[in-house]
Write a protein that binds this ligand. Structure first.
Ligand SMILES: NC(=O)C1=CN([C@@H]2O[C@H](COP(=O)(O)OP(=O)(O)OC[C@H]3O[C@@H](n4cnc5c(N)ncnc54)[C@H](OP(=O)(O)O)[C@@H]3O)[C@@H](O)[C@H]2O)C=CC1
Ligand SMILES: Nc1nc2c(c(=O)[nH]1)N=C([C@H](O)[C@@H](O)CO)CN2
Length: 236
């Protein structure tokens, strides 16, 4: 796959799904710009492959706008923006508002402001793409992650609005995964419970998200769509 020379921006690529997708984009010849918040081995690994890493804390407007300003010093165009950065925080008594505001900011305000401010960069390399990574849990809601689910639902709404706003030069789509990779602290009982929720019952790993990103980048006739990547949870 010969990539255009305009870089692809992926947020939150210091670890896990974002890191995997950034590595695979580099594998396929795309220049990559990524955001990170914590210095992790993945940040160094991407830099060693020539990717440009930009610090970003999307927990408030100032941090988002500072990232946008820094991004514009590194490139005049973008082939795509992949909004991957996310905080998966359950409600904790007495801390509900801060958690909600933090997740609203990273899941909704950051994609909103980055899309609005950076659409000229995408226009310069049109046809271009925006991909929002959401969550299959939006379909049903979540008792344990109310604010997380609500803010991901807001992200799905942004997919529809920006798809209408930016057509035809920029396609805007979402990916709604269910569990694709566990976290280190997840015990066997939790893992078994989660695996039992889907018809396919596997932990597929981050490649299934990259395959979905690739499909959306390569298909010229898909916009305003959110791909479900959930192992058949909805039919279980
Ligand atoms: N993993 C899974 O099974 C599932 C994942 N998803 C979605 O897929 C995407 C990738 O998931 P996963 O890799 O597990 O995500 P992570 O939980 O690893 O989060 C990705 C990155 O987001 C960054 N981040 C979090 N909060 C902020 C913030 N306020 N400002 C800037 N960056 C921030 C973190 O940066 P740092 O580490 O540098 O602090 C982190 O490395 C996410 O959008 C997630 O919601 C959906 C369903 C299932
Ligand atoms: N930002 C994150 N979002 C989500 C994660 C995660 O680790 N980071 N994990 C999940 C779970 O896998 C869930 O789908 C099953 O318990 C959801 N979102």
């Amino acid at each position: 796959m010969t990539a255009t020379n305009a870089p692809i921006l992926i947020t939150g690529a210091g670890q896990r799904v974002g890191l995997h997708c950034a590595q695979r984009l580099l594998d396929e010849g795309h220049p990559v710009i990524f955001s990170y918040r914590s210095e992790r081995p993945g940040v160094h690994a991407l830099r060693e492959r020539g990717a440009i890493g930009i610090f970003a804390d999307f927990s408030d407007e100032a941090g988002i706008l500072a990232f946008i300003a820094e991004l514009n010093t590194h490139t005049q165009s973008l082939r795509a923006i992949i909004h991957n950065a996310s905080a998966w925080v359950a409600e904790t008594p007495g801390d509900e508002s801060r958690a909600f505001v933090d997740m609203f900011s990273v899941h909704m305000l950051a994609p909103y402001l980055i899309n609005l401010h950076c659409s000229p960069l995408l226009q310069r390399s049109a046809p271009a793409d925006i991909v929002h990574i959401s969550d299959d849990v939006v379909r049903k809601g979540s008792r344990q992650h109310i604010a997380y689910c609500a803010t991901k639902a807001g992200l799905d709404s942004l997919t529809l609005s920006f798809a209408a706003q930016f057509a035809p030069s920029i396609k805007v789509n979402g990916i709604a995964p269910a569990m694709v990779m566990f976290n280190q602290g997840d015990d066997d009982a939790y893992r078994a419970k989660v695996l039992a929720k889907s018809a396919l019952g596997i932990e597929p790993g981050p490649e299934v998200i990259y395959q979905s990103v690739r499909y959306l980048l390569d298909n010229p006739y898909v916009t305003g769509t959110t791909l479900t990547v959930n192992g058949g949870r909805h039919i279980k």
